[in-house]
Design a binder for this molecule. Structure first.
Ligand SMILES: NC(=O)c1ccc[n+]([C@@H]2O[C@H](COP(=O)([O-])OP(=O)(O)OC[C@H]3O[C@@H](n4cnc5c(N)ncnc54)[C@H](OP(=O)(O)O)[C@@H]3O)[C@@H](O)[C@H]2O)c1
Length: 271
């Protein structure tokens, strides 16, 4: 098969599959998917679609050297920087920033894509639940964050794949290359709070839905920090860095939470 080889890390997860779906549709690239387990059902399904699934671990340098011909990284912004030094131990954010810094330090050409909170979290993290007493009532229940705490939002399944594939397609355009090499592409459509999520679900589905905060005491320790970081308003600041002109150049029009509700949540609620 001809065509550039595109290596997709996290190929069996939300972000990776969103990219692979669009790469497969595009049909001009060879796709190599990285996974720790080539025998998993998702890995096998991707292989059956023509993706070359290879075994690799992000902490095993040799396996990565074998797997990579070129790479596009997904990342998160620095929590330390966004919070003006308040959150210095938020590794989920800051260790990714270290990777971005390393790429710059070794002059590795590449684009850093920052996403907001995934719209998909509503179903993947079980935020949306039917009331246990009243089957006509639904709740969006999110740990720690208050009703009007803002989240930056990205509908990964709709937008990440087209954005990444457009960057790959247009990589030889000098304007796009220099602009995207300089600073991260912030793939964030805007901000949304829990009440707005519940209202959107209610309006689109026609079913009762409200917002509930899950108290800290009922939240596993490892989740407290990311939700506190969001509740303090630091994560939402990412939306201020979104850059519509570069998205226009890439031909990308971002989808909102309402699109996700129409595409996925309505069907979920009718089951
Ligand atoms: N949820 C959000 O709101 C949000 C927002 C911004 C950024 N993010 C970040 O986006 C990234 C991807 O999220 P996602 O939802 O797509 O993840 P996901 O669905 O949980 O999938 C994780 C993927 O990473 C792979 N993986 C995990 N550990 C690995 C390792 N040590 N070596 C190689 N591959 C490994 C898994 O592959 P195998 O299991 O097949 O090996 C899987 O494909 C995460 O880093 C997350 O922090 C999430």
């Amino acid at each position: 098969m001809v065509g550039k080889i595109i290596v997709v890390t996290g190929s069996t997860g939300n972000q990776g599959r969103a990219v692979i779906t669009v790469l497969l549709k595009r049909g001009v690239y060879r796709i190599r998917g990285l996974t720790r387990n080539v025998e998993s059902p998702v890995a096998k399904e991707l292989a059956s679609q023509g993706v070359e699934m290879v075994s690799g671990h992000l902490l095993d340098k040799d396996s990565l050297i074998k797997s990579f011909a070129g790479a596009y990284a997904s990342s998160l912004p620095s929590a330390t920087e966004l919070s003006n030094g308040k959150y210095t131990t938020h590794v989920r954010f800051d260790e990714k920033t270290e990777i971005d810094k390393y790429m710059k330090a070794i002059d590795q050409p590449g684009v850093v894509v920052h996403t907001g909170a995934f719209a998909e979290n509503v179903l993947n993290f079980d935020y949306l639940k039917r009331d246990i007493v009243n089957p006509d009532q639904w709740h969006i229940s999110i740990p720690i964050t208050r009703p009007h705490s803002l989240w930056p939002l990205t509908y990964v399944g709709a937008d990440l794949g087209p954005a990444v594939v457009s960057i790959i397609d247009k990589w030889d355009d000098p304007v796009i290359k220099s602009e995207l090499s300089e600073k991260p592409l912030v793939l964030v459509v805007g901000t949304i709070d829990g009440v707005q999520m519940a209202e959107t679900v209610k309006r689109v589905s026609g079913k009762q839905c409200d917002f509930v905060t899950i108290p800290k005491e009922m939240t596993p320790d490892s989740f407290i920090l990311p939700y506190k970081f969001a509740d303090d308003g630091f994560y939402a600041k990412l939306a201020e860095r979104a850059n519509p002109p570069i998205l226009d150049k890439l031909g990308i029009k971002l989808h909102g939470f309402e699109d996700y509700v129409k595409d996925k949540i309505v069907t979920f609620m009718s089951k």
